[in-house]
Design a binder for this molecule. Structure first.
Ligand code: ADP
Ligand code: MG
Length: 258
């Protein structure tokens, strides 16, 4: 069994003549949950896109991302899509019904031109039930509220049934009970041996992850267990010491300093 879900080296992304991301070496352990945290503009979304293969690791071709031990560029798109599921911010889905949005997650599993089969329908229903979105299955995606859409996009991610799941700010617009549901879902996925990497601004929830990847100004400043005091110090540092982390009822809570 592979113990590393994602391994990257020599990542460098330049935009408008500015280096917006530079990560020489990165290892994301398999079967665990890693949260990426850091201020706005730190490069979190850019890193997640590189790990998903949506952006090249390096413009000159020298960078590399390994997914479960295989170079991303050596995997066929379908293979890659079966092993890695991605949920971005503000994904547009035109005017599809909720059910069809989630069925998009099954595309990598369907034989060419075959259309969805029984297993695909079953996985779509299961995913919509898990995110409590089944009741909206016939509604146009565009008619849903932002938080409801977020749950449908989460269902699409789950329907892929991939080993590695990457999520960019999955909790945005979710109410507290659904944020808690998301947390339980992630724990279940990790218990099943899956790997979850999430970009989160909700620091108290991020601190529930196994590991934190702390970012600032296009770089990774720290990676370590979320319960480690060193990780807490790194986290406070990237937020200019404007947050404090306290123990409360057996967990860590991040609070702004006023
Ligand atoms: P984060 O997700 O941590 O908030 P991003 O990865 O989205 O940050 O962006 C990192 C930095 O790169 C930001 O300063 C952003 O403005 C810049 N950036 C991202 N995408 C582009 C782009 N396509 N063109 C120019 N600048 C970009
Ligand atoms: Mg972002």
């Amino acid at each position: 069994m592979t113990t590393t879900a994602l391994q990257a080296r020599h990542i460098e992304v330049v935009r408008d003549g500015r280096t917006i991301l530079q990560v020489p070496e990165l290892v994301i352990p398999a079967g665990s949950w890693t949260s990426i945290v850091g201020p706005n503009g730190a490069g979190k979304s850019t890193l997640l896109k590189v790990l998903a293969g949506l952006l090249p690791a390096h413009a000159d071709g020298s960078g590399q991302v390994l997914l479960l031990g295989q170079a991303l560029q050596d995997l066929r798109p379908r293979q890659r899509a079966q092993q890695l599921a991605w949920m971005g911010q503000n994904q547009s889905t035109d005017d599809l019904r909720v059910m069809d949005v989630v069925m998009l997650g099954r595309l990598p599993h369907q034989p060419w031109l075959a259309g969805p089969g029984d297993l695909d329908h079953a996985k779509v229903e299961q995913a919509l039930q898990l995110t409590q979105a089944w009741a909206w299955r016939e509604r146009p995606f565009s008619h849903l509220s932002a938080g409801e859409r977020q749950r449908v996009l989460l269902a699409r991610l789950l329907a892929v049934d991939a080993q590695v799941l990457l999520m960019d700010e999955p909790l945005t617009n979710l109410d507290p009970p659904h944020q808690a549901d998301w947390l339980h879902l992630v724990r279940q996925l990790v218990e099943q041996g899956k790997t979850v990497v999430s970009v989160l601004h909700e620091l108290t929830l991020a601190l529930q992850a196994d590991e934190l990847l702390v970012m600032a100004q296009g770089g990774v400043t720290h990676q370590g267990p979320s319960a480690d005091p060193q990780t807490h110090r790194a986290l406070a540092r990237v937020f200019d010491e404007r947050i404090a982390i306290h123990p409360l009822a057996g967990q860590w809570v991040a609070l702004p300093r006023f």
